[in-house]
Design a binder for this molecule. Structure first.
Ligand SMILES: Cc1cc2nc3c(=O)[nH]c(=O)nc-3n(C[C@H](O)[C@H](O)[C@H](O)COP(=O)(O)OP(=O)(O)OC[C@H]3O[C@@H](n4cnc5c(N)ncnc54)[C@H](O)[C@@H]3O)c2cc1C
Length: 271
């Protein structure tokens, strides 16, 4: 949709040319969200397209994915076959397949920074032990663990004018087995619950992250695949709204964890 209140559109080639950032400015990545509803609070859009931040590459111990990497690139990229966790990453993106337009245009950074409670990438980034590199306009960088980035629905720790530059995923965790589970009333409905489980068969290390049923994705404090996970859900405050009650979301989350564990163990048995 048109955003008639936008007065200025910038297309910087680097951050140093951006001055006087104000509260009515916003980064523009794929624009799939920004142009999907009125944004009366905004006057200036800063298009990230020319920053050239869409890389996928290996650097030292990490896979780097640039913030403006379109989601479709992750589906189509020629990944190393031993990186079993990529299947989970692809699943997280494929669930958006209801809207091809979104997958083609939307970016990794846009999905993470939008920070919807139903956000599809955040839970898997947490399960993979990802870190996010955040830049300010002076070009200074800081690293934040994925689990500390989103602090609520539509809330991140980004300060005004800060930008997510890229995601760093340890190569080691790319060799883990990852299972992505999502439940919505219909395939095109927003998720009511997401569960991502990640398992390292070499040392039995295990991680389980829940999303969509809670305002921000949450890493459960259980580290073994055979543990009884129910107590970990008891003290969590699940979203309670007209779409689904907290009790229902907790139950669905438990069911998805069970399914996820089952599939990971099956995969492991057949390995
Ligand atoms: C019809 C529809 C259905 C959708 N369903 C789902 C769903 O089920 N699950 C899901 O996860 N998502 C869903 N989305 C959201 C979709 O994934 C987002 O539109 C998309 O991820 C945003 O990416 P973008 O690159 O287009 O971001 P934009 O629309 O360009 O930006 C989104 C927000 O992030 C900010 N931003 C973008 N990049 C950065 C950055 N690098 N640093 C700092 N801030 C940044 C922008 O300023 C803006 O506030 C849906 C969207 C639509 C339109």
């Amino acid at each position: 949709m048109d955003l008639p209140n936008i007065e200025t559109y910038l297309r910087p080639k680097n951050l140093q040319t951006i001055n006087n950032w104000d509260k009515d400015w916003a980064w523009l990545a794929g624009g799939t969200w920004l142009f999907s509803e009125p944004q009366p609070q905004l006057r200036v859009l800063v298009d990230m397209q020319f920053l050239d931040w869409s890389e996928i590459k290996i650097q030292e111990e990490n896979l780097l994915i640039g913030a403006t990497c379109p989601l479709i690139k992750i589906l189509q990229y020629s990944w190393q076959s031993e990186w079993t966790a990529i299947a989970g990453l692809k699943s997280a993106i494929s669930v958006l397949a209801a809207s091809l337009k979104v997958i083609n245009m939307a970016t990794v950074g846009g999905n993470l920074c939008l920070a919807l409670s139903v956000g599809t990438l955040a839970p898997i980034m947490i399960a993979l032990g990802a870190k996010y590199e955040i830049w300010n306009l002076q070009g200074e960088a800081r690293l934040v663990a994925a689990e500390d980035f989103q602090i609520g629905s539509r809330q991140t720790i980004l300060q005004p004018s800060e930008v997510l530059r890229r995601v760093l995923i340890p190569i080691e965790t790319l060799k883990w087995r990852v299972n992505y589970q999502r439940f919505g009333i219909a395939a095109t409905d927003p998720a009511l619950a997401i569960v991502v489980s990640a398992y390292n068969p070499e040392n039995l290390q295990f991680k389980c992250v829940i999303g969509a049923s809670v305002p921000a994705p949450k890493l459960l404090d259980c580290h073994h695949i055979n543990i009884n996970y129910s107590p970990f859900l008891k003290n969590i405050e699940f979203i309670n709204n007209p779409k689904a009650s907290a009790t229902y979301r907790r139950e669905i989350t438990q069911t998805l964890i069970k399914r996820s564990l089952h599939q990971l163990q099956l995969t492991n048995t057949h390995a």
